[in-house]
Every structure is written in structure tokens, then in C-alpha cells.
Design a binder for this molecule. Structure first.
Ligand code: NAD
Ligand code: IPM
Ligand code: MN
Length: 330
């Protein structure tokens, strides 16, 4: 039987997760909630309890809201380590972050389990603190395959973003992508861009961008920029996929501590992530489309304060469920 592991997390996480759970219930999808992130550190001393990991590994998909508590920022044990640990444990190396608005349809394909996030880090005796950006050829190849395949499926083009003028790992990245473009994907138009000027392109000419292939840290930053030009973090969803096993479906945003507890967080990103779960992991593309359409109509009908409206998180969920109820595919 299909089972979804829900990790509500911290801050606005449980508030937006509650709306996704209403949708799972409406669709008759079995689910359970588990401790993860800052709340798990406070209760159990670890952001990723064994029990949570075991359930996630056995699930058909993980729906994750957000982690992060201001009081744990910079501490030796942090909520974010649980997130990185879960991504690594599930092998979800391909993070798809779509950003759409009128005339804009880009898809950032972010490498998720390598680079600076996972390279050697520490403090040397001389007092130097370091993080290391590391990539192997197979790591670059497998994410590049995702980028090329997605661009091909869309009949689109691929822009690979790196910092080849400075970074050693970017030379590997560019060589591998260039080679694969020529040998395996000659039909997919390929361009390369440097990350600094590409950030500007996202702001100034987002309508010219199609599929973007990039490494972990650049993808983290560029996806917030892409969210900003397409309606904000309240709308930006993502899917994190490996070659097998459950994927993780999570909004791009964090735990937004400034607005947590007020019931005003925008659950659209979470609900769109739920739609990505339906499409990618549960083989329910019709339901995914119906949910996306319901979110779009709720955005017009019941916008939350981040969009200039007055709807609460629950009002938004109500609007989504009203439309879903009417949707013939359910
Ligand atoms: P953030 O994404 O939490 O918030 C950035 C801004 O966007 C804030 O103004 C916030 O109010 C707004 N915002 C975000 N989501 C919103 C929503 N759904 N509705 C309305 N407004 C929304 O980023 P931050 O403040 O830099 O980080 C806060 C914490 O979240 C940190 O601890 C960080 O590590 C963590 N974080 C976690 C994840 C994750 O769990 N996937 C992602 C990013 C950040
Ligand atoms: C994201 C977040 C995470 C990341 C943090 C919380 C570890 O910012 O999913 O974008 O940097 O990957
Ligand atoms: Mn981020």
C-alpha cells in the first residue's frame, strides 16, 4: 500500500504541512508524520532520528515542509544537518526546482548531494576553517543526464551554469557537460554561463531561460533568485529524486521564523511540492494537474499576505480543497 512520510519540521513547516495533509486525505493517500529538524534536536538530541529515517526509506515518497530554528543557528548540532543527512541517505542527487510565471518557464536542475555541502570541512590547527568543493566525474555525469533528458523532453535548451573562470571543479563540470552534449545529446541546444552574470540574467531576462543545470551551492542561491522573480518563496516547489527509492518533495523556502505561529504562511509551495509528489512518485499525473490548477485558482481567489492578500494559511487550503472537490479527475 502506498505510504507517504510527512516531515512537518519547524517554524511554518507544520502550518503548511497541515494543508498538504488535507490534500493527501482528500485523495485517500496513507501517510504518517515524523519528528525531524529542530524539534527533533530539542526532544531527542538529533535532527534525523533513526525511526524517521527508517520510515522515510520504506515510504513511497517523503513530503518535507521546512526545518530551522533561530536558537540553533550556528550550533554544533543543527536542523539543516538532518536535511542533508536525509538527502544523502536517500541518494536524491537531482533537485528539480521549477519557476513559472506569465511568460517565464524555467526549471533549475540542482545537484543535491555533492559539492561544498558534502566535501571535507573542519578547522586546522593553525586556526583556518575550511569547506571543500568536491565533485567526481560520475557525480557530474548523472546530474547532467537529468538536465539533458529534461531539456529534451520539453523540446527546450539547456544552460549549464558554473564558475569555470575560477573554480577547479567547474573545469570538470564544463568538460563533462560539453562532452555529453556533443556525444549523447547533440539534439539538445547547450549553452554555458558563469554563475555571477547568470544571476543577473535570471533577474533581467528570465523569459529567455529554459532548463538550468548547476551544482549544489549555485543551485541553492539561484533557485531563491528564480523564486523571487516568479512570485516569491511562498510559491516555489521542488522535487529531489534519485535513481531508485523514494524522492523528497519540499518547498524551496525555509521555516520563516518571523511569521511562524501566525497562521499566515503561504502553503502554495508545499502544495505544489505535493503535486510533484503525485506526478513523480505516485503515478497520478491527473491528480497532480488538478492540484496545481486548484493552487492557481486559490492564488487568485485567496492570496496570503506575502502576495498582498489577507487569506490565512487555512483559508488558502480551504480554497484549494473547494476546487479539488469540484475537479472531475478526483
Ligand atoms: P526562509 O525561506 O525561511 O524565509 C525567507 C523569507 O521568505 C522570509 O521573509 C519569510 O517570511 C518568507 N517566506 C518563506 N516562506 C514563506 C511562505 N511559505 N509564506 C510566506 N512567506 C514566506 O529563509 P531564511 O529566513 O533565510 O531561513 C530561515 C530558516 O529556514 C533557517 O534556519 C534556514 O536554515 C532554514 N531553511 C530551511 C529550508 C528547508 O528546510 N528546506 C530551506 C531554506 C531555509
Ligand atoms: C534549500 C535549503 C537547504 C539547502 C538548507 C536548509 C540546508 O536552503 O533546500 O534550499 O541549502 O539546500
Ligand atoms: Mn535554499
Amino acid at each position: 500500500m502506498t505510504h507517504i512520510a510527512v516531515l512537518p519540521g519547524d517554524g511554518i513547516g507544520p502550518e503548511v504541512a497541515a494543508q498538504a495533509i488535507r490534500v493527501l486525505d482528500a485523495l485517500g493517500i496513507d501517510h504518517s508524520e515524523h519528528a525531524f529538524g529542530g524539534n527533533a534536536i530539542l526532544a531527542q538530541g538529533t535532527p534525523l532520528p533513526d525511526e524517521t529515517l527508517v520510515v522515510c526509506q520504506a515510504s513511497d515518497g517523503v513530503l518535507l515542509a521546512a526545518v530551522g530554528l533561530p536558537e540553533l543557528e550556528g550550533k554544533p548540532i543543527r536542523p539543516e544537518q538532518g536535511l542533508l543527512g536525509l538527502r544523502k541517505a536517500l541518494g536524491v542527487y537531482a533537485n528539480l526546482r521549477p519557476a513559472q510565471a506569465e511568460g517565464i518557464d524555467m526549471l533549475i536542475v540542482r545537484e543535491l548531494v555533492g559539492g561544498l555541502y558534502f566535501g571535507a570541512k573542519g578547522t586546522r590547527e593553525d586556526g583556518t576553517w575550511f569547506d571543500t568543493c568536491e565533485y567526481t566525474r560520475p557525480e557530474v555525469e548523472r546530474i547532467a543526464v537529468r538536465g539533458f533528458e529534461l531539456a529534451r523532453e520539453r523540446g527546450g535548451k539547456l544552460t549549464s551554469v558554473d564558475k569555470v573562470n575560477v573554480m577547479h571543479t567547474s573545469r570538470l563540470w564544463r568538460d563533462v557537460v560539453t562532452e555529453m552534449g556533443a556525444e549523447r545529446y547533440p539534439d539538445v541546444p547547450l549553452a554555458h554561463a558563469l554563475v555571477d552574470s547568470f544571476a543577473m540574467t535570471i533577474v533581467q531576462a528570465p523569459e529567455t531561460i529554459d532548463v538550468v543545470l548547476t551544482e549544489n551551492t549555485f543551485g541553492d542561491i539561484l533557485s531563491d533568485v528564480a523564486a523571487a522573480v516568479t512570485g516569491g518563496l511562498g510559491l516555489a516547489a521542488s522535487a529531489s529524486l534519485g535513481d531508485e527509492g523514494p524522492g523528497i518533495f519540499e518547498p524551496v523556502h525555509g521555516s520563516a521564523p518571523q511569521i511562524a505561529g501566525q497562521g499566515i504562511a503561504n502553503p502554495a509551495a508545499m502544495l505544489r511540492s505535493t503535486a510533484m509528489l503525485l506526478a513523480h512518485s505516485l503515478g497520478r499525473p491527473g491528480d497532480a494537474e488538478a492540484l496545481d490548477a486548484a493552487v492557481t485558482s486559490a492564488l487568485a481567489e485567496s492570496p496570503t499576505p506575502d502576495l498582498g492578500g489577507t487569506a490565512t494559511t487555512a483559508d488558502f487550503g480551504d480554497a484549494v480543497l473547494r476546487v479539488l472537490d469540484r475537479s472531475p479527475s478526483l
